[in-house]
Design a binder for this molecule. Structure first.
Ligand SMILES: *Cc1c(COP(=O)(O)O)cnc(C)c1O
Length: 391
């Protein structure tokens, strides 16, 4: 049955499921590194691409492919490539489309290790970069150079939730012969589908919402045509950052509840953001579902829901924030995000420590900023916990 017309909720359940021996309703775990050929001739045909089939798991595996097809379908893309981590997906994408002497424009509030990879590693291979506030479209236009081949945005940004207008940035990229890559980790395809807005490649850390259960590290690159897919496939085979079948199985299992989970993340986060905004000890709150959100218009235009991520600062800054983070009981003090459990963390000393204070300040990451990844627990109990921790 074609899933084209199905809702995202139904796609989550059925996407990527094929036909397998004995008729299981979920894809079996083909936990094998290699696949037997029927003959020398058969092996040769597989290697030449004259026949479809599997050779070696780094190059393809049915369990991995089932999950890849599911994510591609949810994003409205063509095919995707499962990776060992979000960073493997990002590295593979950058290495595929940028060569020495080319330039990439990157969102200033990008995930810390993405920034470090571009600034400290890819720079050694002659790749030039500029980090700009991509929510400001003039700044994006002004950053374009004759050798700009890619714009890499993360929206909403981490942890400031700075929201970039995907459609307009796609236009800027295409007018200048560059590709637009979007890190869609914070929203998932349930809440934001960058291909609908003109993106060329979508990447995710599936460690976060897509898997959703804090028990897998994985990433994915989603493409929208065969040419892009084939170049990425070749590079991933060389770089080797492929996902393994068991993790692919777990992610595919997580995807089934993605729409359900995202709905609950949004409901809970909206209530918590409103609670925080009304609390006398809170200096400011940023959440795409609040009217006070600085990028409210853009968020309304391109999101199917406000998401599960909140950033805020207490009056009394870092000291008050630290006290609160040390006093939570139901919320857990840990990095990562997008899981069923509520996590609280401090970007300046944790996820964004490696950026350095200057770069953090430029990106709006104050020392007192607290990041909350709202889970799917009972929201009244979460609010009670945050409240007691602030007292
Ligand atoms: C976590 C994260 C990554 C990196 O993913 P890993 O799976 O940890 O390698 C990239 N981008 C964003 C937005 C993330 O939150």
């Amino acid at each position: 049955m074609s899933h084209q017309k199905l809702s995202i909720e139904s796609k989550c359940i059925h996407a990527g499921i094929g036909e397998y021996e004995y008729g299981p309703v979920v894809p079996p775990i083909y936990q094998t590194s290699t696949f037997k050929f029927q003959s020398v001739e058969h092996g040769a045909k597989l290697f030449k691409g004259e026949e479809n089939g599997y050779i070696y798991t780094r190059m393809g595996n049915p369990t991995i492919e089932a999950m890849e097809n599911a994510v591609a379908e949810l994003e409205g893309g063509y095919k995707s490539l499962g990776c060992a981590s979000g960073m493997a997906a990002i590295h593979t994408t950058l290495a595929t489309f940028l060569v020495s002497g080319e330039h990439v424009i990157v969102s200033e509030s990008v995930y810390g290790p993405t920034a470090t990879l571009i600034k400290n590693v890819l720079s050694r291979y002659g790749i030039e970069s500029d980090f700009v506030e991509t929510a400001n479209l003039d700044k994006v236009k002004n950053a374009v150079k004759p050798n700009t081949k890619m714009i890499f945005i993360e929206t909403p940004g981490n942890p400031t939730l700075e929201t970039t207008d995907i459609q307009t940035v796609a236009e800027i990229a295409h007018e200048n012969g560059a590709r637009l890559v979007v890190d869609n980790t914070f929203m998932s395809p349930v809440l934001q589908r960058p291909f609908e807005l003109g993106a060329d490649v979508v990447v995710h850390s599936m460690t976060k919402f897509l898997n959703g259960h804090a028990d897998v590290v994985a990433g994915i690159i989603v493409t929208k045509d065969e040419e892009t897919y084939a170049s990425l496939r070749k590079m991933l085979n060389q770089l080797g950052g492929t996902i393994d079948p068991f993790n692919a199985f777990l992610v595919h299992r997580g995807l089934k509840t993605l729409a359900l989970r995202m709905k609950k993340h949004c409901e809970n986060a909206q209530k918590i953001a409103e609670f925080l905004e009304a609390h006398p000890k809170v200096e400011w709150v940023r959440y795409p579902g609040l009217k006070s959100f600085p990028y409210y218009e853009t968020a309304q235009k391109q999101h199917y829901g406000p998401g599960g991520m909140i950033s805020f600062e207490l009056k009394g800054g870092l000291e008050a924030g630290a006290k609160m983070m040390n006093s939570v009981k139901l919320c857990q003090l840990a990095v990562s995000l997008g899981g069923v459990e509520t996590l609280i963390q401090h970007p300046a000393t944790m996820t964004h420590a490696s950026m350095g204070k200057e770069a953090r300040e430029a990106a709006g990451i104050t020392d007192g900023l607290v990041r909350l990844s709202v889970g799917i627990e009972n929201v009244d109990e979460l609010i009670e916990d945050l409240n007691q921790a602030m007292e």
